[in-house]
Design a protein around this ligand. Structure first.
Ligand code: 5GP
Ligand code: MN
Ligand code: MN
Length: 327
């Protein structure tokens, strides 16, 4: 049962010598914060820790201590480890190529809060009602009696702040606020973290937003809003992958809209779709039916095809969900 999983988690973190810590590609604040939090916790326990991510760390998160220790998978050759900790990862594919660097016989601890998590670990600490993986790790630290050093507190706070949209989304529970308060007492500077991760934008992000807004469309009934970004939009705005952050919200935030979508062309004929909903459609279920996943109000998936194929198909599915009241 569930209490067993917490025990298995503590044993997993105590019984090995060298750990590899990994999160999902194109990491967000929770992915990076959780990676660094596990590093702080394991180092407190006297363990050797190697951190990796398929994607580079976005500049706005590089102020987090230890960020420079997150290695690209190409630097993992020759590294040995006897345990893997995956944080904020719903399924193997979300690790990207890192998955190929993990020998099949190495035990894996899967700590996550995505309802679509497929329990790919040897031990699976999946807490679906946690606001962030960082919230689960906070409890792990408490259970294991690990003190909240300033770097551990900062890493956890960053994950909590970003996955709750700055303490605004529906996952902002009393427990979240209590955890935030406790982390502030351990020395986190709320104003500074928010300034760096929420109130900071690259020129590329602004240019991409400009293009996105000029492409924002709505269905006739106004319940669905969507943005299409081409590869050219990316090139011409000089944007990076993480500059997409938050753009989809503009589609969802318009009065009368329940579902906002962002389509963006990636490699070949692949189209990455970000979905956000206000209250009617469970976008995690919708994304999951296309091989993606996420949360009820924020999810994503990748489709294959031309704009003429992908866009009407997806909009039709969203409309069907709206008609049915659910997916
Ligand atoms: P975003 O739209 O910001 O990329 O992602 C929103 C949410 O959906 C995040 O919680 C993210 O973990 C999840 N998500 C996005 N894309 C995928 C995907 O391809 N697969 C899975 N399993 N989850 C995704
Ligand atoms: Mn994440
Ligand atoms: Mn998360």
């Amino acid at each position: 049962d569930h209490s067993d999983v917490w025990l298995q988690t503590s044993s997993f973190l105590r019984e090995k010598e060298r750990y590899l810590v990994v999160s999902h590609l194109h990491p967000d604040g929770d992915a990076i914060g959780s990676t660094l939090a596990v590093k702080a916790m394991l180092e407190h326990l006297g363990k050797e820790v190697v951190l990796t991510n398929e994607s580079p760390i976005p500049p706005k998160f590089q102020f987090l201590p230890g960020c420079d220790r997150i290695l690209p998978p190409t630097e993992l050759d020759g590294c040995s480890f006897d345990g893997v900790v995956a944080v904020d990862v719903a399924d193997r594919e979300r690790m990207g190529v890192v998955w190929e660097y993990i020998p099949a016989d190495i035990p894996l601890l899967n700590i996550d809060h995505h309802p679509t998590n497929d329990r790919f670990g040897t031990v699976n600490l999946v807490v679906e009602d946690a606001a962030a993986t960082a919230q689960i790790l906070y409890t792990v630290a408490k259970v294991m009696d690990i003190p909240f050093s300033s770097s551990l507190a900062l890493a956890l706070y960053t994950g909590l702040l970003t996955d709750t949209g700055g303490f605004r989304y529906s996952n902002t529970t009393p427990e979240v606020m209590e955890m935030a308060a406790s982390l502030l007492r351990h020395g986190v500077n709320a104003g500074e973290v928010a300034d760096r991760v929420i109130e900071t934008m690259s020129r590329g992000q602004l240019a991409l937003l400009q293009r996105g807004l000029s492409n924002l469309r709505f269905t006739a009934d106004g319940r669905v809003g969507w943005i299409w970004l081409t590869r050219l939009d990316f090139q011409e705005s000089g944007a990076e992958e993480d500059d997409l952050d938050g753009i989809v919200n503009y589609a969802r935030n318009v009065i009368g809209v329940d579902v906002g979508l962002l389509f963006r062309e990636t490699e070949g004929d692949k189209v990455k779709v970000s979905l956000r909903s206000r209250e009617i459609v469970d976008v995690a279920e919708l994304a999951h039916s296309f091989g993606g996943g996420g949360h009820a109000r924020a999810a994503g998936c990748t489709l294959t095809g031309s704009r003429e194929e992908v866009e009407p198909m997806m909009l039709e599915r969203v409309n069907a969900c709206l008609e049915g009241g659910r997916e």
